[in-house]
Design a protein around this ligand. Structure first.
Ligand SMILES: Cc1cc2nc3c(=O)[nH]c(=O)nc-3n(C[C@H](O)[C@H](O)[C@H](O)COP(=O)(O)OP(=O)(O)OC[C@H]3O[C@@H](n4cnc5c(N)ncnc54)[C@H](O)[C@@H]3O)c2cc1C
Length: 387
């Protein structure tokens, strides 16, 4: 079944749209996948992808004539808030959030015609091949090379921390096309089928025991020239086109709010609200979360007014991720001996998994640009401190 044509949701009132989204998630999202504290695998989530696709809701950010919902910024925020409210897991959606918009802006007609419908239907699942063992924060120093040879590029090198590469069919890849050019200028953006000979994917098991990301090796991989998006040295511009919006998305207070709710329930069950030391720490974190909600609301209002986000949105990412981590740290402490043992514990009738939220929050100050890098951005562009 193909995707339904979406009605014009932007013409609805915010309240009516919120109700419709809420009802749809409540009635259709699989109960067992609510608030999963890890990245879900394709096998688990593909049914939900199908449901969204058939409803015409798989791509809220894409225009309606491309099979998306065509939501404006205000409706988009509502949609994301309702997903988070119901604990809807993030599917492997890099094709929807990143590749689709990139192809609509920079892709050839052939690339668009081939990839956009397949990305919507889930026939093509994307993973992001940017980071390398020696190129993370300093991404522009990446070394994977793409050397032209006839009608192909020959790709050699290694990517790492590639989220869910083992569930993907394709990778969007940054590779060096010109070693003589300035770092940022000699990079190409490629669309590569992961079945191409010479590609090896090796999953990495994280401390929580989940294989969420992988190493991806390229050994003389022949990639057609038609796989290049935009100009040979334009990859940096292509890759950077969408970053500030991602920081708004990542700065939502929902995940820390969920951690606070769990902390509150378990603290009540353990009678910790009679301990002034605990009350002090709990209250400080609750206020941090209220500050976060206020900051988030300010940026959401800015997006709703149609104003672009500036570099100062980095403060939102820092505050959201660090507050989330502090809450999950206190949750582990609150669990005492059970707090450091994996699995679900029954504490006075309240079932709690202390470690999973802690592990889930741990990398949040690294991905999407680390806290240190966000602070550098604030120092340079917002505070204009001398470097
Ligand atoms: C859960 C998770 C999923 C990920 N998924 C993907 C993916 O799908 N695709 C992909 O390409 N990548 C992915 N990444 C990789 C991510 O983008 C990198 O981890 C990130 O860019 C940091 O790079 P790095 O790990 O090499 O650390 P480094 O850049 O080596 O940094 C190490 C430490 O040094 C600090 N540091 C570095 N430079 C500076 C500086 N100039 N000033 C101050 N401090 C600095 C950093 O903040 C950090 O604390 C993922 C990472 C995680 C944790």
């Amino acid at each position: 079944m193909s995707a339904a044509a979406a009605p014009d949701y932007n013409a609805m009132s915010d309240d009516a749209f919120r109700r419709e989204a809420r009802t749809f998630f409540e009635q259709n999202y699989p109960e067992e996948l609510r608030y999963v504290l890890r990245r879900v695998r394709w096998e688990e989530i593909k049914g939900w992808w199908r449901t969204l696709y058939e409803k015409g809701w798989i791509a809220p950010n894409w225009p309606r004539d491309r099979g998306g919902m065509g939501l404006d910024a205000a409706k988009m925020v509502i949609f994301l808030e309702e997903m988070e409210r119901h604990g809807v897991a993030r599917p492997p959606d890099q094709g929807i959030t990143q590749v689709g918009p990139i192809l609509m802006k920079f892709g050839s007609a052939e690339q668009q015609a081939f990839y956009l419908p397949r990305t919507l239907s889930g026939e093509v699942i994307w993973c992001q091949g940017y980071s390398e063992p020696n190129a993370g924060s300093d991404l522009a120093s990446l070394q994977t090379s793409a050397v032209p040879e006839g009608e192909h590029y020959i790709v050699n090198g290694q990517k790492i921390w590639t989220t869910l590469a083992h569930d993907a069919t394709h990778i969007y890849l940054l590779a060096r096309t010109d070693r003589q050019a300035k770092k940022q200028e000699g990079i190409g953006f490629f669309l590569v089928d992961l079945k191409t000979p010479g590609i090896t994917i090796r999953p990495i098991r994280n401390i929580a025991g989940h294989e969420e990301f992988c190493e991806v090796f390229f050994d003389n991989v022949r990639v057609p020239r038609a796989a290049l998006v935009g100009e040979p040295n334009q990859g940096w511009t292509v890759a950077k086109a969408l970053l500030s919006y991602e920081r708004l998305n990542i700065g939502s207070p929902r995940r820390p709010q969920y951690a606070l709710n769990r902390l509150e329930r378990i603290a009540r069950a353990k009678g910790l609200f009679t301990d002034p030391g605990f009350v002090d720490r709990f209250t400080a974190l609750k206020l941090d979360l209220e500050d976060l909600a206020a900051l988030y609301a300010r940026y959401v209002a800015q997006v709703k007014r149609g104003e672009p986000l500036g570099q100062d949105v980095s403060s939102l990412k820092i505050w959201a991720m660090e507050t989330w981590q502090h809450l999950t740290e206190l949750l582990v402490e609150t669990g005492a001996e059970e707090g450091v043992i994996a699995g679900v514990h029954d504490i006075a009738g309240v079932e709690t998994d202390f470690l999973s939220p802690f592990y889930y929050a741990r990398p949040a100050t690294i991905y999407g640009g680390s806290s240190e890098i966000q602070r550098n951005i604030l120092a340079k562009y917002v505070l204009k401190l001398p470097s």
